[in-house]
Design a protein around this ligand. Structure first.
Ligand SMILES: Nc1nc2c(c(=O)[nH]1)N[C@H]1C(S)=C(S)[C@@H](COP(=O)(O)O)O[C@H]1N2
Ligand SMILES: [Mo]
Length: 348
């Protein structure tokens, strides 16, 4: 793994992408954030031994080989993947979980097949409502709980990819080799790695990773009463300058990325006075559904001093990033403008 990554825990491996690697539209595989609940397989499985089970509420159970998958129509799609808990450590009130700053996100071009094509081969029964994914990574800890997650059948049949390539390379071991799910525009929790089994269910899968975590709830509330985390909400991050940087008094390029899960980015505004006035930024670089949009604003600091820079994204459904994050016990979905502000010092 690249030494620039910020490792939060070794076992399981949880590491975030450094700020400077978020400045390119494609996040390189070696610096792409790594988030694991269990033990990453020690070595890649042999592709000739590997099988993907498709079972549950289907007309025909499948034991798909890697060769079978390669024969299905290949789809290539950009998708920005973000951990549900990204930016958690920027919350003013502490929430438990990995202390991500902004680097629990990355954008890649993924190659694979549509899940729909595989499910159509198996044939759905009339009561099919959810699709669960199981990986072959080994759980860590005494409870031995497997990371199994399910998504609604509509998402599975419309915009979920099974990826075997990442940025033109075979899917790397840490990112789920040989095959992972990607519910496009949804947080990482619905994107199960090292797939071995896909099961069609008549209701959401029940288990620790569906009911105890990846839900938005307040302290003292039952986790199960909270909404399940699904799509990524409208957010922008500032990737340049960095918080606390000292700059000289000349034009400062302010750059960042904005993303909104299943929606596109309509505009990004920048404030250099702590949110009193806003200026439109230029949207730059590729524009693709499910992928982030980079933006830039060239700022001429009027005088020496300390400045707070904020960015505010609006999506194609006119939903605007909130001034403050919607706090919850596990610190999911921090997209607050204030929490993502950076302060810079301008030298005279
Ligand atoms: N099998 C398996 N899949 C998994 C996980 C896991 O622990 N095991 N972690 C999930 C979470 S919470 C996230 S954010 C993404 C991270 O994907 P990455 O490591 O490729 O960035 O994988 C998801 N898929
Ligand atoms: Mo995650």
């Amino acid at each position: 793994m690249n030494e620039k990554m910020r490792v939060m825990t070794d076992r399981p491996l949880n590491a975030e992408t450094p700020l400077e690697s978020l400045r390119s539209w494609i996040t390189d595989n070696d610096v792409f954030f790594k988030r694991n609940q269990g033990q990453i397989p020690q070595k890649p499985v042999s592709l000739s031994d590997w099988r993907l089970q498709v079972d549950g509420l289907v007309n025909l159970k499948l034991a798909t080989t890697f060769e079978d998958l390669r024969r299905l129509p290949r789809a290539v799609v950009a998708d920005t993947l973000e951990c549900s808990g990204n930016s958690r450590s920027l919350l003013k009130k502490k929430a438990s979980g990995n202390p991500w700053t902004v680097g629990g996100v990355g954008n890649a071009v993924w190659g694979g097949i549509w899940l729909r094509d595989l499910l159509e081969k198996a044939g759905l029964k009339a009561d099919a409502r959810h699709v669960s994914f199981e990986g072959f990574d080994q759980p860590l800890g005494s409870a031995g709980i497997k990371f199994i997650r399910s998504i609604p059948i509509e998402k599975a049949m419309s915009s979920t990819l099974l990826a075997y390539e990442m940025n033109g390379q075979p899917l790397p071991l840490e990112h789920g080799h040989p095959l992972r799910a990607l519910a496009l525009g949804w947080t990482g929790a619905s994107c199960v790695k090292w797939l071995k089994r896909i099961t069609v269910l008549d209701k959401p899968f029940e288990g620790f990773f569906m009911d105890r975590v990846y839900r938005v709830f307040q302290k003292g509330e039952d986790s199960k009463s909270g909404q399940v985390v699904t799509d990524i909400e409208i957010k922008s991050i500032i990737v340049e300058p960095a918080d606390g940087q000292t700059l000289s008094i000349q034009t400062v390029p302010i750059r960042g990325a904005a993303y909104a899960g299943e929606e596109g980015i309509k505009k990004v505004d920048v404030s250099v006075d702590g949110g009193s006035t806003w200026h439109p930024a230029d949207l730059v670089g590729p524009e693709q559904l499910y992928a982030w949009r980079h933006w830039e604003y060239r700022w001429k600091p009027p005088a020496a001093g300390d400045y707070t820079i904020m960015s505010r994204a609006t999506d194609t459904k006119d939903q605007m990033q909130p001034m403050q994050a919607n706090w919850n016990s596990l610190g999911y979905g921090n997209n607050g403008i204030t929490e993502h502000a950076v302060t810079v010092h301008i030298n005279g």
